[in-house]
Design a protein around this ligand. Structure first.
Ligand code: SAM
Length: 278
């Protein structure tokens, strides 16, 4: 590909998570025009560049690289366009890059991000769970107690929870979800964008039973539905709440307190409080 050189700086480039057809045109252009590709694994990225017919110098980088290696890369960004890719998907999303971006920004180096595939967003769009709010929590810890502690910490978050998982750990993760977050619907999205893509939804126990019988292969995203909204109190409950509040407050304040605590209409509660008072 013959393309004009790019402005110097750091370019964060998302790459496919399985289906090579998901590379964006912009990603292809920037890869073809850059001066250097920093990547997690030169063999993995080499295959992608080969597929695109692009030859570029590559350098291994991860956030555990020593500061000399990072300094070298930062110095190069001042002179040329340096692309950061990960093995698959969007860099920095459970992948290296955070330290590099932070340091580049601190030094006034231009940082450009090219959007593209990420397993978390693909899974969210497939699972049929609420997407108005979601919390991406990366990988759960390996050990049972630590895993349960993280799930407890997240149990009250009013959002769909998104975790990255691996085949060998999936059933243990589902069992922990069943234990700590009982009654929540879960979804397992596997091998996204690939030949054997699947998305299975149900209770944690149902899905765990399926994958115990059919040990999962490949890459996995685990999603957990948000906690159910608390049921609105019925008329008798509202009267009881109002009576309790009226024992210490005038009707307007009693109505305001109950309305705030239960997300109810203050005016209607005030009218009811006046009736009860009478
Ligand atoms: N940066 C990547 C992204 O944007 O999705 C994620 C990198 S993280 C090290 C790798 C994890 O992402 C896998 O263990 C799996 O949980 C998830 N993942 C990556 N590709 C996937 C795919 N095709 N299907 C399902 N999950 C995938």
């Amino acid at each position: 590909m013959n393309t004009p050189p790019l402005e110097p700086g750091l370019y964060i480039v998302a790459t496919p998570i399985g289906n090579l057809g998901d590379i964006t045109r912009r990603a292809e252009t920037v890869l073809a025009s850059c001066g250097l590709v920093a990547c997690e694994d030169t063999r993995v990225t080499g295959k992608l560049l080969n597929h695109l017919g692009i030859r570029k110098p590559m350098r291994r980088y991860d956030d555990h690289a020593d500061s000399a290696a990072r300094e070298r890369l930062l110095a190069e960004m001042v002179q040329k366009a340096v692309v950061l890719v990960s093995d698959a998907g969007t860099p920095l999303i459970s992948d290296p890059g955070y330290r590099l971006v932070r340091e580049a920004r601190a030094r006034g180096i231009a940082v450009t991000s090219l959007p593209g595939p990420s397993a978390a967003t693909v899974a969210l769009t497939l699972a049929g769970l609420p997407t108005d709010r979601f919390l991406f929590a990366g990988f759960l810890p390996n050990k049972h107690k630590a895993r349960v502690d993280v799930l407890r910490e997240l149990s009250a978050v009013p959002a769909t929870l998104v975790f990255y998982e691996t085949g060998p750990r999936l059933v243990a993760a589902l069992e922990a979800v069943g234990e700590v977050l009982p009654g929540r619907e879960v979804a397992v999205a596997r091998e996204l964008t690939k030949l054997h893509e699947e998305c299975r939804t149900g209770s944690a126990a149902e899905i765990a039973a399926h994958y115990t019988a059919h040990p999962p292969k490949g890459e996995i995203v685990l999603l957990v539905a948000p906690p159910a909204a608390p049921e609105a109190p019925g008329e008798a409950d509202i009267d009881a709440l109002l009576r309790a509040a009226l024992a210490e407050l005038p009707p307007s304040k009693a109505a305001a307190r109950v309305a705030k605590a239960h997300g109810l209409d203050r005016k209607a509660l005030y009218a009811r409080a006046m009736d009860l008072k009478a």
